[in-house]
Write a protein that binds this ligand. Structure first.
Ligand code: PMP
Length: 426
């Protein structure tokens, strides 16, 4: 099907295509993928296939070209690929909302279907700010979060990303001014918990919500922390009239060894964002869930609607694939698969501990991370992984993998070898 010769395609790409986080015109030559199936990406230059250690930015949990997801998309395409969602509804969206409510932590009852993780965080923030305005507590319009987080690339999410040395530092003077506390330590420390309580108490009058990535801070640094901090947040938020938002966009749908990372602590947020693996990485969709308390509060306001409704909200094609993806996940022993990958990564990444320049090796669920004591040489590290037949996308001082759950043992071992090779050469 693609009949542009690869060199010509790359030249046009360099001239015209703006890649995520890329300069314009592009300086780094990307690999051209012509097809993907299972856990393998097939390259257009004829050099063969790569095992995908990234699951397309952590979303393709069932792998590519999956017959069940293909069929859901095909079937829905024959009905309608899109229809406006204002004043109309459809079965894929309704079924998806019900599935999400049933599988999510207790109390989350209402679902806003957005088209990307960043937008689902925008919606979450809007919900929280509007909730307090509706109740007449107009001073409560700020957010508290911990440093080292990442919540997306649109305006409000950027304001709660890591403010120091993070991707959005450029905008630090103009973004909404939020309250930052230190990132949580890996293990539970009472002194840190106390500092969290104190910060929430101190800023309670101006805080609409606390927003955090539970258990794993992803794109901000691939750090893991004790789930016990989530209970501390829940209690402090309840004590001081502050809403609690969990951004489960990276952690949701089993990635950490629980369906949602909040389950590790048995706490439920007031608002929860999901995305990435929601459609098994097939289509662009995310969701913001909230409790009846939040929805009722908003509907009691002077403006009793959530004023958010861009054109492609509630897309039926994406919703239909999301339903199939969730049913596929829940219909299998997904935990056994995630644990199997966890065991494979623990074993395969252990040798990285002895490599020079390696600061830390950590594994949780289907997430494996090697942290260096220096900034990674992206090109050298990526090339080393490609030579091992694996696709990785290192950043900052991190080489990591979040593979599809269908990655077989041999391929998990291969990914781990590639991570070690990248750590050695990057
Ligand atoms: N929140 C978290 C925790 C994420 O990991 C990401 C994406 N890396 C986002 C939000 C933004 O999602 P999206 O890229 O779909 O806009």
């Amino acid at each position: 099907m693609p009949d542009l010769p690869v060199p010509e395609l790359l030249e046009l790409d360099r001239r015209h295509v703006w890649h995520p986080y890329g300069p314009m015109p592009g300086r780094v030559e990307p690999l051209v993928v012509e097809a993907a199936s299972g856990v393998r990406l097939r390259l257009a230059d004829g050099s063969g296939e790569l095992v995908d250690g990234m699951a397309s930015w952590w979303s393709a949990i069932h792998g590519y070209n999956h017959p069940v997801l293909n069929e859901a998309a095909r079937e829905q395409l024959g009905r309608m690929s899109h229809v406006m969602f204002g004043g109309l509804t459809h079965e894929p969206a309704v079924r998806l909302a019900k599935l999400l409510v049933d599988m999510s932590p207790d109390g989350l009852e209402h679902v806003f279907l957005a088209d990307s993780g960043s937008v689902s965080v925008e919606v979450a923030v809007k919900m929280c700010l509007q909730y307090w305005r509706s109740l007449g507590r107009t001073g409560k319009q700020r957010l508290l979060t911990w440093r080292g987080g990442y919540h997306g690339d649109t305006w409000q999410p950027m304001s709660v990303c890591d403010p120091e040395g993070g991707m959005h530092e450029l905008w630090s003077g103009v973004l909404p001014r939020q309250v930052f506390v230190d990132a949580p330590p890996a293990e539970y420390e009472e002194a840190y918990a106390e500092s969290l309580r104190a910060a929430i108490a101190e800023h309670a009058d101006e805080l609409a919500a606390v927003i955090v990535e539970p258990v794993v801070q992803g794109a901000g640094g691939m750090r893991f922390h004790s789930p016990a901090y989530l209970r501390v947040l829940r209690e402090a938020c309840d004590a001081h009239d502050v809403l609690l938002v969990f951004d489960e966009i990276a952690t949701g749908f089993g990635r950490t060894g629980a369906l949602f990372a909040a389950e590790h602590a048995a706490v439920a947020p007031d608002v929860m964002c999901v995305g990435k693996a929601l459609t098994g990485g097939y289509l662009t969709m995310a969701a913001t869930l909230c409790t009846a308390r939040v929805a009722d509060g908003i509907s009691r306001g002077e403006v009793p609607v959530l004023a958010h409704g861009p054109t492609f909200m509630g897309n039926p094609l994406a919703a239909s694939v999301a339903c199939a993806s969730i049913e596929l996940l829940l219909g299998q022993d997904w935990l056994a698969e995630v644990k199997r990958i966890e065991a494979g990564l623990r074993e395969g990444l252990a040798p990285a501990r002895d490599l020079p320049g390696v600061r830390d090796v950590r594994v949780l669920g289907a997430i494996g991370v090697v942290q260096l004591d220096h900034a990674v040489d992206m090109k050298a590290a990526t090339d080393a992984a490609v030579r091992e037949g694996v696709w990785l996308r290192p950043f900052r001082d991190l080489i990591y993998t979040m593979p599809p759950y269908v990655t077989g043992d041999g391929d998990v071992a291969r990914i781990a070898r590639a991570v070690c090779a990248a750590a050695r050469e990057g």
